[in-house]
Design a binder for this molecule. Sequence first.
Ligand SMILES: Nc1ncnc2c1ncn2[C@@H]1O[C@H](COP(=O)(O)OP(=O)(O)OP(=O)(O)O)[C@@H](O)[C@H]1O
Length: 310
Amino acid sequence: MTDSAQPAAAIEIRDLTKVYKGGKKALDSISLSIPRGQIYGLLGPNGAGKSTTINILAGLVNKTSGSARIWGFDIDANPRNAKNSIGIVPQEIVFDPFFTPLETLENQAGYYGVPRDRRRSMELLRAVHLQDKANAYARTLSGGMKRRLLVAKAMVHSPPILVLDEPTAGVDVQLRQQLWAYVRELNAMGVTIVLTTHYLEEAQQLCDRIGIINHGRVIADKTTRELLSMAQEKVVQVTVDRDIATAPEAPCFEKVERVDERTLTITYLKDRANAGQVLAAVQASGLAIVDVVTRDPDLEDVFLHLTADA
Ligand SMILES: Nc1ncnc2c1ncn2[C@@H]1O[C@H](COP(=O)(O)OP(=O)(O)OP(=O)(O)O)[C@@H](O)[C@H]1O
């Protein structure tokens, strides 16, 4: 596809609503525009509606109302092209246990109508470090290996968009890093990535942009940098020259915690105070500061703040 033929948004969701049988409203009119070429994190607490959104895009769940376009193709009007434009790594591990990884990929390529001379099953197995298992039964793979096979399976038809629903749940640190390295590689080759994860630190490192949903509604959709700058609380840890009998108090302190006899963690709101005022208040209480460590707010701080139920 030439550049001019590519849509501005990889995925465009408008007023998407899902009410499950039994009345549970999992999505309440969500709208999201996922830019082409980015790594986009779709985050939210358990039950927020992330998988429902992804499953609607995958054609596995029927929406109640609203619309979605994948690579410019409406999922109702043009379901085949929409489906061919996306590769989905589902949260649940589902394979026929009697096929080998190589057969699994070949079957999937057949399902998508990829001609034999354009299949790249072994290349994909190498990319996810499963070339040694090409001919083993899928049922003999470890959980982490199965997840990686699912990623390869989602890429057999070379879709421009790859969606990963909790791809690293239960995967050890080393394999998680390998998986993310591969995701980055795909992104560098132009694949738009959408992922959900509960590892906020990883989302912060990987994602260009992050959407947060809570109770079926979009509560944030911003660049990772913009989202981080929304954090109100800042933390400074001070070590003082003597044992602290009683923790100091000051109007600019939001919260004071004693870490040990000589160390305090002080939280302040960046709109109301700055680090200089906080340190001056500590000194004014008669303590001399011998060391200071500041911690920048991270995605977890912002996430918890935004999703805290009133
Ligand atoms: N098939 C279903 N029938 C009825 N309710 C459902 C069904 N699937 C999901 N739900 C409900 O819809 C809401 C959203 O679920 P969903 O799986 O989309 O959340 P999620 O954000 O992916 O959560 P998690 O992080 O736990 O995977 C939840 O309240 C869930 O219980």
